[in-house]
Design a protein around this ligand. Structure first.
Ligand SMILES: [Zn+2]
Length: 268
């Protein structure tokens, strides 16, 4: 009899949510609740508009297949299981024609590409405890979106992964703004990204801006929400001038517009 009741309690003690690959799951918490994944507590971030309120971010990598992410919600002695069901997003295929050197880079450039990859990897894995921002996130410019996040990308006929950011129409020379306060961690010319700027917003959140014609900031510089980082251009692997904008959380390149919409809803 006792055992029967216990099983019943365990069964009802399960919450279930759905999320699409490439998107970020937000879970609001009160001051005594904590979330664990694989026996490790996830960073608890302060809710910007609720006293004693917190939230956790669970960015779901694009490559994640249909799957269940198991989480444990702990509040005092009370433990609740959370099943996060990962569903596949309805992402399209996109064909692009670019300079062939940017699809199959020459041997002489492999070293540089590898170094740039390792540099970004190290930066994105760095969790800065301080939060630099306090207001809602902006868009880097107001313009038409020319390519959405998540499209499978075929360059000059061969599949080269997925589109890891959002592209905005931006004729060369358009001012590009930082989406929120932060610190410049990259401001250099890169093989694929061209002239690129990466901003650390704190707590594992980064934003990146690629293909610029001109960079107007330096590494280590503190920037304020809306401050100009540089001018748009057509440097790196491009079909023409535009801004490739991405958001990285916990080393995962997730849908930036989905993230901005969700994080800004904390201010409603
Ligand atoms: Zn892009």
């Amino acid at each position: 009899m006792y055992r029967g009741i216990l099983i019943f309690l365990l069964i009802t003690n399960l919450f279930s949510y759905e999320i699409t690959n490439g998107k970020t799951f937000f879970l609001e918490l009160n001051k005594d609740s904590h979330i664990f994944k694989d026996n490790k507590e996830l960073p608890r971030l302060k809710n910007p508009s609720k006293e004693d309120g917190y939230f956790v971010l669970i960015p779901v990598e694009y490559k994640t297949k249909k799957n269940i992410i198991n989480l444990l919600h702990v509040e005092g002695n009370k433990k609740t299981n959370i099943a996060l069901h990962v569903e596949q997003g309805n992402y399209k295929k996109e064909t692009l024609k670019v300079n062939s050197k940017k699809v199959n880079p020459p041997k002489s450039e492999q070293n540089r590409i590898w170094k740039e990859y390792l540099e970004s990897k190290k930066i994105y894995a760095t969790f800065t405890k301080k939060r630099y921002w306090s207001k809602p996130f902006l868009l880097p410019l107001n313009s038409k979106i020319t390519s959405v996040y998540g499209n499978a990308r075929v360059y000059n006929g061969s599949l080269k992964g997925f589109h890891s950011g959002t592209d905005f129409r931006a004729p060369t020379g358009t001012k590009l703004k930082t989406v929120n306060d932060g610190v410049v961690v990259v401001a250099s010319r890169r093989y694929y990204s061209g002239n690129a700027v990466i901003i650390d917003h704190g707590e594992g959140i980064y934003s990146s801006y690629s293909h610029m014609s001109k960079i107007a900031v330096k590494v280590g510089q503190k920037v304020k929400r809306g401050e100009v980082l540089g001018l748009s251009g057509a440097t790196g692997r491009v079909t023409g001038p535009h801004l490739h904008f991405s958001i990285i959380i916990d080393s995962k390149k997730i849908d930036p517009l989905d993230f901005i919409q969700k994080i800004n809803s904390l201010f409603d």
